[in-house]
Design a protein around this ligand. Sequence first.
Ligand code: ATP
Length: 375
Amino acid sequence: MAGIEIASVAKRFGAVMALDEVSLSVGQGEFIALVGPSGCGKTTLMRIVAGIESADAGRISVGGRDMTRRRAADRDIAMVFQSYALYPHLTVAQNIAVPLAMRRLSALDRLPLLGRLLPGAATRRAAIAQDVAQVALSLGLEALLDRRPGQLSGGQRQRVALARAIIRSPAAFLMDEPLSNLDAALRVQTRREIVDIHRAAGVATLYVTHDQTEALTMADRVAVMMAGRILQVATPEAIYADPQDLRVATFIGSPRINTLPAEAGADGMLRLAGEALGITTTLGALTLALRPEDLWLAEAGISAVAEAVEFLGESVLLHARHASGQPVILRLPPDAPRPRPGTALRLGFDPARALLFDASGQRVAARAQAECALV
Ligand code: ATP
């Protein structure tokens, strides 16, 4: 059974087509990271799934039930957003208990004095306190239950927000940049915590981030979105190694994938600035794309000129320029020889790892003739 089903959702703001027939299926227990440049429609999609915004067209279902016309409160979705939205006057325990109190206690139960005198209220409150204690324990918040949000660090506040989201066992989680207010070290730690929480809860999760490391490390599948459309949904490995669209190839990966203009002549042989490569493909103007780690310094290969070297510790980035004028970056081992700026280079590569895209940016098939990149 599907967790979250988004079917042909469209949304327009005046002249801006924020979502253009977006469909995405997040399986039960699956974690999908939604990535894309600023303004591509990620938040709009999340708001529509949550029920905060209405779609112009399309359907949303959660846990197999159609939610398109349901109010946000009735969708059984828990949300964690960038701003923690904790109640500053309530303790951590009270903040975590809010969703349960809303659900299990009546309006009279919730009255500060009278509520305590109603029959059964004490039992209902005790059950809530027990659930809060259990969730707090699983998130390492047990020592902080009596504090108020103002007395917590950013990471602790985000954990309280997570605790509040998971306590009511929702049918789906929506998370919109939940880590962006945390410093780098805390982000790495909280990243793992969110993945662990997701595993334990087994709940369909849609997670928006602009940080591709987060997307690649956390998600079962990554959805890349641009200009209101989802271009590809695939495992992190496939999004990186097997992108079907040039925009996906250039968006994922740092440094950016190298792109060089290539031409396949009447013989089907691919040429870069006149140099024939050991690859045949369909006729036409193409883009050859190679990841920085898929290039090396060789005796034969693509001609380029060295420009600069950057030492990164675990590797070295060699910046070079191809005859077409395009920059090329190679990721080399830290102990590799470092060519001086201006040195003429030959860049070797495995044709099997070269990605080819046609003029519209779609991936095209290629046949590598030989192990050697240049014939
Ligand atoms: P970011 O990563 O910067 O948060 P995003 O991918 O979440 O961006 P959205 O906030 O969904 O993008 O916006 C998608 C497009 O819709 C943008 O062009 C934005 O300007 C536009 N937009 C969003 N909300 C509104 C609104 N209420 N009125 C008009 N235009 C809007």
